[in-house]
Design a protein around this ligand. Sequence first.
Ligand code: OAD
Length: 255
Amino acid sequence: MRDFAAAAQPLTDAGGLREALRAATSLVVLTGAGISAESGVPTFRGTGGLWRNYSPEELATPEAFARNPRLVWEWYDWRRQVIYQAQPNAGHQALVELEHRIAARPPGEGGFTLVTQNVDGLHDRAGSRQVLKLHGDIWLTRCTVCGALERNEYVLLKELPPRCRCGCVLRPGVVWFGETLPAAEWERASQACARTQVIMVVGTSAVVYPAAGLAELARAAGARLAIINLEPTPLDSRADWVLSGKAGAILPALL
Ligand code: OAD
């Protein structure tokens, strides 16, 4: 494994990818928790990952919430505190720049599409204009009874679980295991993948479906696939480029 940040090696594998990015009029970027790791937001799997110490069954399923909404909210409230203090990093910022560059090119079929599994909102804070959030948004709450959706970008420390104006319990506006992805976002993401020239998969273990399936969808439709990750992923064997290292170093270097 090469760590470009630590070893300051040239991006020897990246030459072809740089060329492809320079020529592309359509690009999909799929991000996961790894892109926010350098901002201090813990990932789920791997070293220091949240699922090493917590169980998804107890914290990220509708059943867990029905059983113990307060416990689930305490966990989400803690994550909101961590994310609140975090700042977008050079990886998030490089994707903003890439969006501008692709938008400035002669109009192609697809343009730039950013798809994320992250709920932290750091792509928005960096300045990405259109982010398809497949797993929801930690800054949204949704009423479990009247369905009212609200954005509250503060840390909810008062009463847990928080309550809607209608008096009923609010849930985090995220997608839990066993739930379906938001239909409109999924539709737009899969359409973009079906016509993109290049897909870059950044900082995701690529084991959670259907999100990870987007890379396969794009590949099957003829896109070239680039992986940027600290560790190997199940998609590596099908990728055109595998760049091992930190997203916050590799993405700016690609530009
Ligand atoms: P994971 O925690 O599964 O994977 C994070 C990936 O990022 C790993 O493959 C790491 O090797 C890599 N990584 C860590 N730091 C990195 C860095 N600085 N640069 C590049 N790569 C780095 O997170 P996701 O794949 O996003 O869903 O997880 C997918 C879903 O599973 C999440 O959205 C969440 C989780 O359970 C739900 O909660 C429903």
